[in-house]
Design a protein around this ligand. Structure first.
Ligand SMILES: Nc1nc2c(ncn2[C@@H]2O[C@H](COP(=O)(O)OP(=O)(O)OP(=O)(O)O)[C@@H](O)[C@H]2O)c(=O)[nH]1
Length: 313
């Protein structure tokens, strides 16, 4: 296992990385652990990338921009296939892919499916990241490392590195950044260091909710969901060591008939969307959150310029 040789070891490097892995593999938590307290979130899609920036690791020697890619799913429809094509093209556009595999779960069909697809992204270096190492003993961890090594050999993937980390304890998170940095191309920083307003934070929060809302219904409602964060306010009267952030957000759909899909039987799906996005928002902002989520119909918002403006497009 080796890293790409450098023409000049002192040269500054900058580039894009994305984390892939099945749901709950620990991608968001790891992103936040890497970025640390200095959460540099940029809202829009800068010219350098079509993808949402999740966080930026600023180091003296390198700038690592972590971007989101849509999840890869077993395609059941033509649209599903198209979305997977999009994922694949993203993989060709980033400088390194981190494949997250939780230490506490044996490799399964979901991991294998992603790995097979990864094997096709031949030109992009791939780092296998064993996440949640705090949950297992060293024997289990060793077995997982061997299994991943074998999976790579079987599918013809040459891992640039295989790294065990714990985003929760922080163990080896710094090492992961050390290993990712040399895989980036030489170049100046792509983004300025720091300096951000609350507005992008709200946009990020809206995006996390939208992502959770789309999960599993992407094929049915691919572009019909918009989310607007109406308010983000610290709850009054809370003790200083137990803050709570109240977030009120509206989830807009285009037609009343889509309500059922979003809300689910007895509200189960909406509840899931709330729980999941709250987890991600808490990880992003580093504070407990109360999320108040409402579903509203904004008739044909995609075709109505007034609505589009209101929804921030
Ligand atoms: N013990 C432990 N738990 C972790 C660690 N990293 C993540 N988790 C937990 O694992 C769960 C999933 O983590 P996420 O970071 O949301 O996973 P994800 O891959 O972003 O999930 P999706 O958004 O569903 O794809 C959460 O409950 C995390 O708290 C870790 O290093 N150690």
């Amino acid at each position: 296992m080796s890293v790409r040789p450098s023409s000049d070891d002192q040269a500054h490097r900058a580039g894009f990385a994305c984390f892939v892995g099945r749901p709950n593999a620990g991608k968001s938590t790891l992103t936040n652990a890497l970025v640390g307290t200095k959460v540099a979130i940029t809202s829009g899609r800068p010219q350098t990338t079509r993808h949402t920036v999740r966080g930026i690791v600023h180091r003296p020697d390198a700038q690592l921009v972590l971007v989101d890619t849509p999840g890869l799913h077993k395609p059941r429809t033509l649209l599903g296939e198209r979305l997977n094509d999009l994922v694949r093209s993203t993989w060709g556009e980033v400088d390194v892919i981190g494949f997250c595999l939780p230490a506490d779960q044996k490799l399964g069909p979901g991991d294998r499916y992603i790995a097979k697809e990864l094997a096709e992204a031949k030109r992009t270096p791939k780092v296998a990241i064993v996440t949640k190492t705090d949950l297992v003993d060293s024997k289990t961890l060793a077995e997982q490392l061997i299994a991943i090594d074998r999976l790579g050999a079987e599918l013809g993937i040459e891992w640039a590195q295989i790294v065990p980390v714990s985003a929760v304890s922080g163990k080896q998170v710094g090492l992961l950044a050390d290993l990712l940095a040399p895989l980036l191309p030489e170049g100046p920083a792509l983004y300025p260091d720091g300096d951000l307003t609350d507005e992008p934070e709200q946009v990020m929060v809206a995006e996390l909710i939208r992502e959770a809302a789309l999960e599993g219904v992407r094929d049915e409602l691919p572009h019909s969901i918009a989310v607007v964060v109406e308010e983000m306010l610290p709850r009054e009267g809370r003790p200083a060591d137990r803050p709570l952030l109240d977030i009120h957000a509206n989830l807009y759909i285009e037609r009343p008939s889509q309500k059922g899909i979003i809300i689910g039987p007895k509200g189960a799906r909406l509840k899931e969307v709330g729980t999941k996005s709250r987890r991600h928002i808490e990880a992003l902002l580093g504070t407990p959150v109360f999320l108040d989520l409402h579903v509203k119909v904004a008739k044909d918002w995609q075709r109505d310029p007034k609505q589009l403006r209101k929804l921030g497009f």
